[in-house]
Design a protein around this ligand. Structure first.
Ligand SMILES: C[S@@+](CC[C@H](N)C(=O)[O-])C[C@H]1O[C@@H](n2cnc3c(N)ncnc32)[C@H](O)[C@@H]1O
Length: 275
């Protein structure tokens, strides 16, 4: 990559589509259209293209018997390393004992490292709801805990539970999420028992801990299945609950004991116990 690139801003006074066609035919690079101006960027010298456009404007004026001006501004700009910039924008995160980081950031030895690379599935750790779940699950998950993660997204919560010694099952209705979770388990050198595309209804067993970070309406819709998935004496961790819906969710789960409520910004995470 060169240190600089060239940019032409071409603004014709008329016959815009003809200029667009002509520039596209003369030039291999993409052409940006911005409010009547055509922008061409290239690391190559653009002076021949500029000359061609000016000549075209003169010839077109003669042919159409009217004056067509073309304003051309030329700039030399600094090339940026966009990939490096993007990578630098992704920050690792501490949540209690966990250290969530992309694969290119070195590990912290005294922490439970979780590697999550940017992808389409939800769950980088930075959202308040994921944060709440990560913080609370460290209190309720012990060696040998059987955990079900409903709406696993990237798989971040199940991977975190594995780091605390849990045996995990996970599911998501979105196939892209289950695919991403599978990849993230491999990336973290962790294993799950069962992973499926679908929801809590497809489970076969009961769990010591069930965790579901989904929006309030869906939690309410899934309430009886979520409650039934928890063993007697087990815990249900719910998140994705905006402050204005927290009472509604608590009412729906009132047959369980509310053990803990965690709030970050306008998002709530609840811990409920099955008696
Ligand atoms: C907010 S994300 C949570 C991702 C991850 N568990 C986290 O805490 O960051 C919610 C996930 O729930 C999934 N989802 C939505 N409705 C669902 C349902 N009825 N059953 C299971 N998963 C569902 C979505 O596809 C999405 O991946």
């Amino acid at each position: 990559m060169n240190k600089t690139y060239n940019e032409l801003h071409i603004t014709p006074s008329g016959e815009y589509p003809l200029f667009l066609d002509m520039i596209m035919s003369l030039n291999d690079e993409a052409v940006e259209e911005l409010n009547g101006t055509l922008i061409v960027r290239s690391e190559e010298d653009l002076s021949m293209l500029r000359f061609g456009i000016e000549t075209f404007a003169e010839e077109l004026s003669k042919l159409l018997r009217k004056t067509i001006h073309v304003d051309i501004a030329q700039y030399v700009k600094e090339n940026e390393d966009w990939i490096a910039n993007y990578r630098n924008s992704i920050q690792p995160l501490h949540v209690g004992d966990f250290y969530i980081r992309p694969s290119w950031i070195p590990q912290e030895n005294n922490k439970k490292n979780i590697i999550i690379d940017p992808a389409l599935a939800f769950g980088s750790g930075h959202h308040e709801t994921t944060y709440g779940c990560l913080l609370l699950l460290q209190k309720y998950v012990k060696e040998g805990t059987r955990l079900l993660d409903v709406g696993c997204g990237s798989g971040i919560l199940s991977i975190a539970a594995r780091k605390c010694g849990a045996i995990v099952d996970l599911c998501d209705t979105d196939e892209q999420a289950t695919h991403s979770a599978k990849e993230n388990f491999e990336l973290n050198d962790e294993v799950y028992e069962t992973l499926w595309t679908g929801s809590v209804q497809k489970r076969t067993g009961e769990y010591d801990v069930v965790i579901a970070n989904i929006i309030a309406d869906v939690l309410i819709m899934l309430s009886s299945d979520l409650k039934q998935a928890v063993k007697e004496g087990g815990y249900l961790i719910l998140s994705g609950i905006l402050d204005k819906y927290v009472d509604k969710v608590e009412n729906k789960f009132s047959s369980m004991t509310l053990v803990e409520r965690f709030q970050k910004e306008e998002w709530f995470t609840l811990v409920l116990k099955r008696n």
